[in-house]
Design a protein around this ligand. Structure first.
Ligand code: BGC
Length: 384
């Protein structure tokens, strides 16, 4: 145990030497030279623009292997994650834009932290004791992802790690009554990119009045590194024997239903596209994770044979929203001008269940004054 701890520390503080191969072509002759490049783990900051009279920055987290994750304090958004494929060729695995303007055009939550309540609340109404609260119904007839101006559209305060750790802490005060939610909520999200190519996301929050809370990250993944390839050929395992079926407005019916014998059975890895045709509209469902407590456990394994990449997801949360980018329809393009079509990318949003404030049988999303909300999710990339 002691030895393990020591090893981790020394890897973290190390400066990795990365071998880069440069190929130069001359008179039909190709020569290959191997040069040593130094990658310094840590974080850098650049100015990205302004909105709401506040400065927006882009932070680049780099680990000792040279893998980079970019995060903006606009929406606490992951804008890019570039890592090598099986041939050591780096490419991006999440949807995002190169400039702030892409985000100000309100894409469907690309890479953002979603809150105060991730996913839907039926008809934008809920009660805490006898107090009735009303939210904007921004996804008719329901409230979705925190409202008209949720956490994804706010400028957060950001504090980069002061040492060589690739870590960024973002904080935001959501005022009492903002988007209809009760209580001044202080929320902090810390992103850390480890040398094992894990993006660790830690969420903390406190309130001064009883409120509801469901925080998640809304990254859209395509492990091939090229959104011309649909995610329907990715292979997925979700450690969930049950899911929460929904009505036509995507509100859970309240039933916790077995996945056995249905297209929702991902307990053994299968191609996402195999049975998606039998799911009206595509997958956009909350899976009830088999884990029995709030320990950090592996819940998902996603694989792509083109790039050789695997994404593992670990969480302390009880659910995950598996969304196959059904509403992406080519109207939004990447910064490089490529249309983002249906199923070009997919989300694995770790969370509490949608509409929990109106569903007494679901795990509670109530946060009371004096309580400390804490949750952790880790996305881990590897190649074979
Ligand atoms: C929801 C989808 C929604 C998407 C983008 C997902 O979390 O479940 O229904 O379209 O986010 O807003």
């Amino acid at each position: 145990m002691r030895q393990k701890k020591h090893m981790k520390k020394s890897t973290l503080s190390s400066i990795a030497i990365i071998a880069a191969i440069f190929i130069t072509s001359c008179n039909n002759q190709t020569t290959t030279t191997t040069e040593k490049m130094e990658t310094k783990a840590g974080i850098t900051k650049s100015v990205w623009g302004t909105t709401d009279g506040k400065e927006v920055f882009l932070y680049t987290l780099t680990n000792a292997k040279g893998v980079q994750v970019k995060i903006s304090n606009y929406g606490a958004t992951v804008t890019s994650w570039v890592s090598p494929d099986k041939n050591d060729k780096p490419s991006g695995v999440v949807l995002g834009f190169d400039s702030l303007s892409g985000y100000l055009a309100k894409p469907p939550y690309f890479g953002a932290v979603v809150g105060r309540y991730g996913n839907r609340i039926a008809k934008g109404k809920f009660k805490i004791d006898t107090a009735q609260y009303t939210l904007a119904t921004n996804n008719l007839p329901n409230a979705l992802h925190g409202g008209l101006k949720g956490f994804d559209k706010q400028v957060w305060d950001a504090t980069p790690a002061s040492d060589s750790t690739a870590s960024l802490e973002l904080s935001y005060l959501s005022k009492d009554g903002e988007e209809g939610y009760p209580g001044n909520l202080k929320v902090a999200v810390r992103y850390t990119l480890t040398d094992d190519n894990e993006l660790k996301i830690e969420y903390n929050a406190t309130t001064d009045k009883a409120t509801v809370l469901n925080l998640t990250n809304h990254s859209y993944f395509n492990l091939t590194g090229d959104i011309s390839n649909s995610i329907l050929d990715h292979t997925l395992m979700i450690d969930a024997d049950n899911y929460t079926p929904v009505d036509t407005t995507l509100i859970p019916t309240g039933e916790i239903k077995s996945v056995k014998g249905t297209p929702f059975d991902f307990t053994k890895a299968k191609k996402i596209g195999l049975e998606i045709g039998a799911v009206s509209g595509g997958y956009d469902h909350n899976f009830v994770l088999n884990k029995k407590d709030s320990s950090l456990s592996k819940i998902v394994e996603l694989k792509d044979s083109i790039s050789g990449r695997t994404l593992e997801v670990f969480t302390t949360q009880p659910g995950v929203q598996f969304y196959t980018g059904n509403f992406l329809d080519g109207t939004i393009s990447t910064s490089a001008g490529k249309k983002i079509n249906q199923h070009a990318a997919m989300c694995l949003e770790t969370q509490h269940f949608p509409d929990s404030p109106n569903q007494p049988k679901f795990p509670t999303t109530l946060l009371l004054p004096g309580q400390q909300f804490h949750s952790v999710t880790v996305y881990k990339l590897s190649v074979k």
